[in-house]
Design a binder for this molecule. Structure first.
Ligand SMILES: Cc1cc2nc3c(=O)[nH]c(=O)nc-3n(C[C@H](O)[C@H](O)[C@H](O)COP(=O)(O)O)c2cc1C
Length: 191
């Protein structure tokens, strides 16, 4: 796939086919995050792959979907839920944590997954205490994000933004429509 087409389609996906993602793909996604650029090459992030159906089921009620939509539209129903998660963790025993590093790592992780057709949703709205307990985090390791993963069962389209409204919505086919600001608004100048 041409790189801009890859980036246009590497969107947030929130409904998924109920077939497993191969463990090698999930491991490769973590490997992509592992080698991402980070400030001073400090590498403070760790990961946990959640792929067993029992643990995936236990995670589902602890993540919150699509704040811009009413729950009946944004939350995946049984039969639509992600089939795997990757927990993105900060190892507090290592100095120099940076949110920018986390973003870059998750960008690489989700791109590596999308390279195999595996869609994702970065999730910051999560029950951290309950998930930390479920994941059995070691002392000094803090949960930052969950990444939901699976083969998407819907499409997601970039659409023109109207009146500065950033809210995404569903069209008649229940595909996501994601407004982005136009180039002329974001590219201030070329010097
Ligand atoms: C830091 C971050 C946290 C997010 N947390 C959630 C979340 O908790 N639940 C959710 O459904 N989507 C979450 N998202 C997905 C955003 O809603 C999504 O990226 C945004 O609507 C734009 O859609 P796009 O990724 O297709 O461009 C998060 C995205 C980012 C970058």
């Amino acid at each position: 796939m041409e790189i801009m087409e890859f980036l246009r389609t590497r969107r947030t996906y929130r409904r998924f086919e109920q077939r497993p993602v191969a463990p090698e793909i999930l491991t490769e996604a973590v490997d992509a995050a592992r080698i991402a650029s980070c400030g001073a090459n400090r590498q403070t992030l760790k990961y946990i792959i959640v792929q067993s159906p029992e643990t995936v089921a236990a995670v589902q009620p602890l993540v919150h979907w699509a704040a811009s939509l009413p729950p009946e539209l944004g939350r995946p129903k049984p039969g639509e839920q992600p089939v795997a998660f990757i927990a993105v963790l900060q190892d507090e025993r290592l100095p120099g944590y940076s949110d920018t590093d986390t973003g870059l790592a998750m960008g690489s992780l989700t791109a590596a997954a999308w390279g195999h057709g595996v869609g994702s949703c970065l999730m910051g709205s999560i029950d951290r205490p309950a998930l930390s307990k479920l994941l059995g985090l070691p002392e000094g390791v803090k949960l930052r994000y969950m990444v939901a993963l699976g083969y998407p069962s819907h499409e997601s389209h970039l659409v023109s933004m109207k009146d500065g409204d950033t809210k995404y919505y569903l069209d008649d086919a229940r595909d996501y429509c994601v407004p982005k600001r136009p180039m002329e608004e974001v590219l201030l100048k070329t010097l």
